[in-house]
Design a protein around this ligand. Structure first.
Ligand code: NAP
Length: 274
């Protein structure tokens, strides 16, 4: 069994981004908009800032209070869309409930949408056009598999979870690489039999769902899930200790997809379209 070491691979990607940024005449500038006081969001934003600093990408965080009105946020995004010195915009999710997330995401210019969540970028990916940006987590998963030379074409892939930010783009990206993809969710019957036939499993659920007898021998298991268990330890969707004996490759939590997402986001943030 080989560990898919996201920590090491992400460092390599960050170094490559740093080198590319150092050669760019016009430097990228990422603006992260954070609305409210969510403590997990604050940590994510700090980590993104740290990675931006490490790669030479200028980053600015705009903090807006929890009671910011939707229109105020939309106006801020419009201002950032128009600013020549801003090359990337990221609105940290989740947003307070009184703000319509879809309206906000749609307002971001697709050419500055480093998260790859706008309808134009999602649509481009779905119809086989090159999006300006690929969603960071899914792109990070493929970067990790590619680093270990894991073949994708023609493989049977099971993606568990169908969120807009992970599951759905993951499916599109595997299809683009000519895999045969099954997408599972909370209404899926007999998840176990589907996992059992998969060469590659990507789990993005947020609960312990992939257990030992489910997996195919020598398969590749990528754990996107990250949450705290009853002992307050960070853990993933996969029962690592039991599953790892029978698989070919497996990503740990922490130290797997998490750092890859940040590296992939910095890769996106180094691109300049306007
Ligand atoms: P989400 O929007 O809550 O989606 C969870 C998905 O899991 C849904 O599609 C849901 O199905 C499905 N699901 C729930 N219970 C299930 C079950 N028993 N069997 C099969 N599918 C089930 O979550 P998300 O935003 O995609 O995130 C998923 C996990 O990944 C979370 O732990 C999150 O923290 C983590 N994450 C990690 C990174 C990273 O960089 N490592 C990035 C993003 C997210 P329905 O659609 O039917 O409800």
């Amino acid at each position: 069994m080989i560990i898919l070491d996201g920590k090491t691979v992400s460092q390599k990607i960050l170094n490559e981004v740093k080198e590319n940024v150092s050669k760019q005449e016009r430097k990228p500038h990422l603006v992260v908009v954070l609305v409210g006081n969510d403590s997990a969001s604050k940590i994510y934003v700090k980590n993104k800032q740290k990675a931006a600093w490490q790669t030479g990408i200028r980053s600015t965080v705009i903090e807006m209070p929890f009671d910011t009105e939707e229109q105020e946020l939309l106006d801020k995004i419009e201002e950032l869309n128009l600013r020549q010195d801003v090359t990337g915009i990221l609105v940290q999710l989740p947003l307070p409930q009184h703000i319509d997330k879809n309206k906000v995401v749609t307002a971001i210019s697709p050419k500055k949408d480093v998260d790859g969540f706008t309808p134009e970028n999602v649509g481009r990916l779905a119809i086989g056009l090159e999006p300006y940006f690929y969603p960071a987590t899914s792109q990070g998963v493929l970067m990790l598999l590619d680093e270990y030379n894991i073949p994708i074409e023609g493989k049977d892939v099971v993606v568990i979870g169908r969120s807009n930010i992970v599951g759905k783009p993951m499916v599109q990206m595997f299809l683009k690489r000519n895999a045969t993809v099954t997408i599972c969710h909370s209404y899926t019957h007999d998840l176990e039999s589907k996992i059992k036939t998969a060469d590659i499993v990507v789990s993005a659920v947020g609960k312990k769902i992939v257990r030992c007898k489910m997996v195919k021998n020598n398969s590749v298991i990528v754990d996107v899930g990250i949450f705290r268990d009853s002992d307050n330890h960070l853990t993933g969707d996969v029962d690592f200790d039991y599953v790892s004996d029978s698989v070919g490759f497996i990503s740990p939590v922490p130290g797997g997809v998490g750092p890859m997402t940040i590296a992939s986001l910095m890769f996106n943030s180094s691109k300049i379209y306007q």
